[in-house]
Design a protein around this ligand. Structure first.
Ligand SMILES: [Zn+2]
Length: 480
């Protein structure tokens, strides 16, 4: 064997040896997941965590773990809030992480606090030492503190910082760009929360976490940098495999020249986008932080270990990660109703899909809910169970809201159409006429944003108001 062959053989052997000596990534992910409660300092509700609390949390961490990290430089937001660039570690490879450039996307900021806490709590452990001696972490937590204060996407100028990478009209964008240019990190982590009504491909569940090896051109051209971020994305899929089965996705996007991830990659800092998505049930916000933390802590360790470990991750698997897919989820589906829409048509069987106001669009979630579709909705799902309303009659509320109902009921009572128990002496076919009278122009069809009234039939053949649907939520009607 000549020298060259020996080197090649050695090079081929090393990843195999390393892989067999270490647990598979799903086991590493489980270990991290189990560790999180012991290192966690983040708020249980990141969506209410503001800049002043971030400053306090950073001060507390700095006091508890002197020397763990330092503030390298700062910038000032439009409204005078301090934006910090933190540095931890002394390694030759520089990694840049920034969070909450969209003010209403808070998960990444909380996970950063847990990342710093972990490095402090476990400073003596070999993996921490490896990380901090191989990498230098540059971290901007909460790039958009003004938007975070109002919990809106944009900054105080109304500018989306993630569309300001070229114009640099905002102080936040200028800061991010200046940090990249000053330190030239070899990889970037761009941390967001995404639209919550997408599924992992055509058959998966609501997406819990999505990743993207951010392109630097329209053609999504391959490059060593994109190979690195694709491998990171696949590694994160493996790390989270025990927790995100069927809910892990690839972010679907076009190349966006004015966005930061795309520009960073083009400027020479290949960037991985991580988007926290949706989890059902209580505690979802902190559970997202936990998954996010596992993704980030686990993948940083792989970067610290270098090509031997990350190089064994198959880049080609990236393309097999299911894409974020829209159009299969509604917030609420009221199934199998008899609809009386207000146009004087006889009641007809249909299901009704509602979308709640989109936080990402209306800023603070006050948007209520509106009808998106009426008809056959058998193919559609909801992230959380919808109320069971099968067989009820659905009608638009008088004037669109529940306030109008008592007056209508009084009017019906005056005409002798209401029983002692409050039931309507109306047959379903009579309901058609009454609804047409009280609905006016509030027709129950796509776009309708008012309340719904749900009636059930009584044993005597009358109708009784069973519930209101208000802002997408079922409220049992008060007894009269
Ligand atoms: Zn975002």
């Amino acid at each position: 064997m000549n020298v060259r062959a020996a080197i090649l053989a050695g090079a081929l052997l090393v990843p195999g040896v390393a892989a067999s000596a270490e647990p598979p990534l799903n086991k590493a992910g489980e270990a991290l997941y189990e560790r999180w409660p012991s290192i966690r300092v983040s708020s249980p509700t990141p969506s209410t965590f503001r800049h002043a609390e971030l400053e306090k949390a950073l001060e507390a961490l700095a006091a508890k773990y002197p020397g763990l990290f330092e503030t390298v430089t700062t910038a000032t937001s439009n409204e005078g809030r301090k934006i910090r660039l933190l540095r931890a570690g002394t390694g030759p490879r520089k990694v840049l992480l920034w969070t909450q450039m969209h003010g209403d996307e808070p998960t990444g900021t909380s996970a950063i606090l847990d990342l710093l806490s972990d490095l402090g709590v476990r400073s003596g452990e070999p993996d921490t030492k490896e990380l901090l001696s191989s990498l230098t972490l540059y971290v901007i937590p909460m790039l958009n503190p003004d938007g975070s204060e109002r919990f809106v996407r944009w900054n105080a100028q109304g500018i989306d910082i993630n569309r300001d990478a070229l114009a640099l009209a905002s102080p936040e964008a200028r800061f991010l760009k200046s940090v990249r240019d000053a330190h030239e990190p070899y990889v970037g982590y761009n941390l967001h929360n995404q639209f919550n009504r997408v599924t992992a491909g055509g058959t998966g569940g609501p997406v819990s976490l999505a990743v993207l090896s951010v392109p630097f051109d329209e053609a999504f051209t391959a490059s060593p940098g994109r190979t690195l971020t694709k491998r990171l994305a696949v590694a994160i899929q493996d790390l989270l495999a025990p927790y995100t089965k069927d809910t892990f996705a690839r972010y679907k996007t076009d190349y966006t020249a004015r966005a930061f991830g795309d520009s960073m990659t083009r400027w020479g800092t290949p960037t991985l986008l991580i988007e926290a998505g949706f989890l059902p049930g209580p505690g979802a916000e902190e559970q997202l932080v936990r998954l996010y933390w596992v993704a980030r802590r686990g993948s940083l360790q792989l970067l610290a270990r270098g090509q031997g470990r990350l190089g064994s991750v198959k880049e080609a698997r990236y393309d097999a990660i299911p894409l974020n897919t829209e159009g299969r989820l509604y917030d609420v589906i009221l199934r199998d109703l008899m609809v009386v829409n207000g146009r004087g048509l006889a009641p007809y069987p249909a299901s009704i899909a509602l979308l709640r106001g989109n936080r990402r669009v209306d800023g603070d979630g006050r948007g209520g809910a509106y009808v998106r579709e009426v008809g056959d909705l058998a193919e559609f799902a909801t992230p959380e169970p919808s109320p069971a309303v099968s067989g009820l009659y659905a009608a638009p509320a008088p004037g669109g809201d529940a306030e109008g109902w008592p007056a209508v009921l009084d009017g019906l009572a005056a005409r002798g159409l209401v029983t002692e128990e409050g039931a309507l002496r109306l047959k379903a076919e009579d309901l058609t006429k009454e609804v047409a009278a009280w609905a006016g122009k509030s027709i129950l069809e796509p776009g309708y944003g008012g309340d719904l009234l749900l009636f059930r039939t009584t044993r005597e053949g009358g109708l009784v108001l069973d519930a209101f649907v208000r802002k997408g939520k079922l409220e049992t009607a008060p007894r009269r």
